[in-house]
Design a protein. Structure first.
Length: 223
């Protein structure tokens, strides 16, 4: 299985920090956020990784290079125009191939064991999302798993962690080149084609300086 790490965002809510440092390179517990993700991918046996780049992408490429230092093989998908999460994946499909792939957001911290994910998606499914309890900044959640782990738009919702497995068909035929994943996620969930798997460990969407500070403090205390 290949993986795509989404690393092209602007990090507007973390300005002025992200005026000079891309959010994926912010460090927690002695390593950048994106390096934590790459190490977890390697441990799970996933070596071929595509990273999309836009804002300060040269810094990310300079730090990671071809990935050999981290035990992975990195290819880069460069976006001269920011394509958002869905458009970025669609542009990278030629590099990802025709099989389901793992996707993760570089501006998150997640201690989920990627080995829990299946080797392939069940027939007819377009995705499997790692879900967790709703954080204070997102109390309403995103989707709720039913008794068969199929995600629904109603019910007691959990929050999507930014990590999951996706089938290329999810975005392949979207006519737009710039679009958010949430659009195609909602459509697939409404069609009953998305599964969820629950994570009760550490997860943080590093979207603000306050959350970054809280994550650093929590990880330092648990070291």
């Amino acid at each position: 299985m290949k993986a795509m790490v989404l690393a092209a965002g602007l990090g507007k809510r973390l300005r002025p920090i992200t005026d000079t440092t891309p959010k994926p390179l912010l460090e927690v517990r002695g390593k950048s956020l994106i390096e934590h993700h790459l190490e977890r991918l390697r441990v799970a046996g996933i070596q071929d990784v595509v990273i999309n780049l836009h804002h300060l992408g040269d810094q990310i490429q300079s730090r990671l290079r071809d990935g050999a230092r981290l035990g992975v093989n990195i290819s880069y998908s460069f976006e001269t125009e920011l394509l958002e999460t869905g458009g970025g994946i669609k542009k990278a499909l030629p590099m990802l191939g025709d099989s389901p792939f793992l996707v993760t957001s570089a501006d998150t911290y997640l201690d989920f064991d990627l080995g829990r994910l299946p080797k392939k998606l069940p027939s007819g499914m377009l995705g499997l999302l790692v879900m967790t309890n709703n954080p204070p900044h997102h109390p309403d959640g995103d989707y709720s798993p039913d008794e068969n782990s199929i995600l629904r738009l109603d019910g007691d919702k959990l929050t999507y962690t930014g990590t999951g497995m996706l089938h290329p068909d999810l975005v392949r035929d979207v006519p737009d080149s710039v679009f958010m994943l949430r659009k195609v996620f909602d459509e697939a969930v409404n069609a009953g084609k998305f599964l969820g798997i629950e994570h009760d460990g550490v997860w943080c969407d590093v979207g603000t300086e306050s959350r970054l500070s809280q994550l650093r403090k929590m990880l330092d205390q648990s070291a």
